[in-house]
Ligand binder design. Sequence first.
Ligand code: ZN
Length: 142
Amino acid sequence: MIERLAASRCPVCGLVAAPPARWCPRHPVEMARASVAGAGEVISFTTLHSPPAGFRSPLHIALVELAGGARFICHGAETLGLRIGSRVAIEAVGDVYYFSHLGAMDRVRLFWSRAGHAGERMNAIARSLAKRAWKGRSRGEG
Ligand SMILES: [Zn+2]
């Protein structure tokens, strides 16, 4: 089962942003609410062996691209068997995204409910990783 994730779409250039943004990052046009299927392809992934306090080690993180082109930094229970190009399911828990091999979402749900609430710090990590992951990909934008 694949979830729908909240997103926004630019009515002018068609850019899909997720999580949803009010303004298109390309020009001052207000974006419309949209949703995207919570499944995509792994672009890159990494494992933090010394994650910040409060997180279990190792901490697995993947950069996942959806069919519409939106990219998510996701956290997951494992990267075992994960490859660049792997298809994974994405689930949003608050502002934090979790990836899982398709079909294993229930297991991940269990894992993260046990891991407890660490969303705020998780977001901070996701943002810093996103910056690193996208460095060199963007051509001086943003
Ligand atoms: Zn636009």
